[in-house]
Design a protein around this ligand. Structure first.
Ligand SMILES: Nc1ncnc2c1ncn2[C@@H]1O[C@H](COP(=O)(O)OP(=O)(O)O)[C@@H](O)[C@H]1O
Ligand SMILES: [Mg+2]
Length: 265
């Protein structure tokens, strides 16, 4: 690693300050502040309705905050307020520097076009135009996510749930994003399929040095993927710390309940 990039890693990639979102009188998210560093995986956990998805949408500029700010370090090293980005910069983040893995693959894939096109499309959006190179890169990525390259011309609507989710990951990672947002990435899958997907995600995230923010109500997902955990309740972050510390020795009574699985998902 060059001196410059190791220096860069001392600087936060994303900073949230006093983030809040109200829906009428409901505070879906209140006063959230933290910094995420390059290569760091943060899990946002909490029961259903605690504000996890709202926070993820605020952090990824899909929702405008009622109060507070999110700043992101662009590739030129400058930390920029997401609310002040121009359209071209926003597009760059959504198409290239960020990835989004949705719980429902139909939200992140085009179900009717081929797997190869699903991956190739992201490359074309960043200016690739050589058909052979696009197809080769798409094939390489299908292999990386353990999809038989013989299925490259099939549409994801013919794929199983686990394959769809792996294809969604390939489509996102092909542009070498620096940050990936995931909302319940294993939520809709059978337990055995979940384990394989988690293992794959864990390896890719570490090989690529990706930063990720993963929303999950499943503490096993947080345990396997994340370095750090934020526990949400009623729109607030009530506990945060290193994953093993928070899950093995939770301070807050609510987190203790969550860890002992007394609370419903
Ligand atoms: N678009 C919306 N309009 C009104 N209320 C919403 C909207 N989105 C979420 N909420 C409410 O905000 C709270 C937090 O929701 P959400 O962020 O989806 O929680 P989680 O992802 O933890 O299940 C819930 O009470 C939910 O009903
Ligand atoms: Mg949610």
């Amino acid at each position: 690693m060059s001196e410059l990039s190791s220096l860069d890693n001392d600087q936060p990639l994303l900073v949230a300050e006093g983030l809040a979102k109200n829906y009428g009188r409901l505070a879906a998210c209140r006063d959230v502040s933290f910094a995420l560093y390059p290569g760091e995986v943060l899990a946002i956990v909490g029961e259903s309705g605690s504000g996890k998805s709202t926070l993820l949408q605020l952090l990824s500029a899909q929702l405008a905050p009622s109060a507070g700010h999110v700043a992101y370090r662009m590739r030129d090293g400058v930390l920029r307020d997401l609310a002040e980005l121009g359209e071209a910069e926003r597009r760059f983040l959504f198409r290239t520097d960020w990835g989004f893995v949705h719980q429902d693959p139909a939200q992140g894939l085009r179900m009717g076009v081929s797997a190869g096109a699903n991956v190739g499309e992201r490359l074309m959006a960043v200016g690739w135009n050589h058909y052979g190179r696009i197809r080769d890169t798409a094939s390489t990525w299908l292999e990386r996510v353990e999809i038989d390259v013989g299925r490259i011309d099939d549409a994801p609507k013919t794929y199983s749930g686990g394959m769809r989710q792996r294809l969604q990951i390939a489509r996102n990672l092909v542009t070498e994003p620096r940050l990936v947002f995931m909302d319940e990435p294993t939520g809709g899958l059978d337990v055995s399929v979940q384990a394989r997907l988690l293992d794959l995600m864990r390896n890719l995230v570490s090989e690529l040095g990706l930063a990720a923010i993963v929303v999950t109500h499943d503490l096993a997902v947080a345990r396997l993927l994340s370095h750090r955990v934020m526990v949400m309740k009623g729109g607030r972050v009530i506990e945060t710390g290193l994953t093993d510390q928070v899950l093995d020795d939770p301070r807050e009574p609510y987190t203790q309940l969550l860890v002992s699985s007394i609370l419903p998902p």
